[in-house]
Structures are given as structure tokens and as C-alpha cells.
Write a protein that binds this ligand. Sequence first.
Ligand code: PRP
Ligand code: URA
Length: 227
Amino acid sequence: MSAPSNPATGPYIDPRVTVLPRTVQLTALHTIMRDKETSRNDFIFYSNRLIRLLIEAGLCLLPFEDKAVTTPTGTHFAGKEFSAKLAGVSIMRAGESMEGPLRDVCKMVRIGKILIQRDESSPSKEAKLFYCKLPVDIHERHVILLDPMIATGGSAIKAIEVLRQHGVKEENIIFLNIISCPEGISNVLTACPLVKIVTTWVDDSLNNHKYILPGLGDFGDRYFGTE
Ligand code: PRP
Ligand code: URA
């Protein structure tokens, strides 16, 4: 996969990957999130703002149909209407932080949960599955998969495997994430070539402990206050 540099959207160009435009606003939000001095309160507040932007971008990849309406002026507006069944699925724990903003935008959306944790004692940080509860008709739905970080991609790959086992079509999965890196994106797309990824930022690399650089540290610990 080629990765030509593009200062507007970051370094990662692949038709399956949407990177939010690198506006000054987005950069300012990232500056707060990544600062190690940022308080937990601000970390939560600004991650909610970033997640909201991410969700609005992700919804653009869902199917819409034409819909014409009449305005109060008696004239027509040729519009669009969302036309599919949707579910959100969070990869716990950190993905739970994205459920609230998803509910703010998609009224009464069904939410499934998959608990996957990296084994921090293994050199490859292998992702382990502990729990899964999904809407019974998940196989009929488009799935917004939620996790703020893609490092090795192992957690996302495991979650997509679980969704596939429950009958979800890979092409109906949109994976939303705040910070990714080339290695993780490449691993996810190799294992799950039909999935679409939407990310707010593609970072440079992983360190020896498979943490994203420059990254923001451990998202779950900073969000839930377990540092
Ligand atoms: C973090 C993060 C992702 C995963 C990314 O979760 O939220 O799920 O690591 O790493 P990977 O791409 O290498 O799998 P973690 O397992 O630390 O658990 P947490 O959500 O409880 O913080
Ligand atoms: N999980 C995180 O929260 N941060 C990383 O950099 C890697 C995995």
C-alpha cells in the first residue's frame, strides 16, 4: 500500500481509509489530547468533540437514498435520507467512550459490546477476547465499530472476526478511530480487506511496547482515570 505525503489529510492514502482533513481546529484538539499535562476532565471534554467529528464523517459512508421534500415556501428540495439498519459496537474498554457521542447523533441506536484487551505481558501485545453481547439481528445491520486507538491492529482484527462470526458482512463495517498508525491500518486492511476505516489522525509508528508515537499514551487509562 503506498503512502504518499499529503499535508491536508496526513500521510495515509487508501480508498478504504478516510482521514479527517487536517484543519487548524483538528490540530488544536489533538494538541490538547496529546499533552501529558491535560487534566482528565479536559481529556474527556475534548475527546467528545473529536469523536463527534469522527462520527459525523463516518455516517457519510452509510447508504442514503434520494428524498424530495416540500419546503414552507412551496418549492421542492431534492435531498437524501438514511436508508439502512444500523448498530454501534464498542471495543471495551476504551471504545465505550465513543458510545455517548454516537447516541447523541443516532437516536436510539442499538449498541453491542465486545470486551477485548491487549495482553501487555506478551511481546506482540496479542489481543484477547473476553466477552461479547450483540443485537440479535446484527447480521442485518451496518456496523459502526468504535475504538479510539489502532496500534498493532490486533484488537480491531479480533473484533471484526467476532462480527463476521455473527453474520455481519465485512463490507458493512465502518471502523471509527481517533489515532491510528500505518502498521495498524495495514494489518487491519490485510486481514479485513473490505472494512472501511475513518480516523482523525495517522501517527508515525509504534514503539517497542507497541504504543503509538507520538500518540497520547493509554487512552483508556486517561479517559477512565486508571493511570
Ligand atoms: C487499547 C485500545 C485498543 C487497543 C489498540 O485497548 O483501546 O483497543 O489497545 O491496540 P492494538 O491495535 O495493538 O490491539 P487496551 O487493550 O489497552 O484496553 P483498554 O480499552 O482497557 O484501555
Ligand atoms: N492503546 C492505547 O491506548 N494507546 C496506544 O498507544 C496503544 C494501545
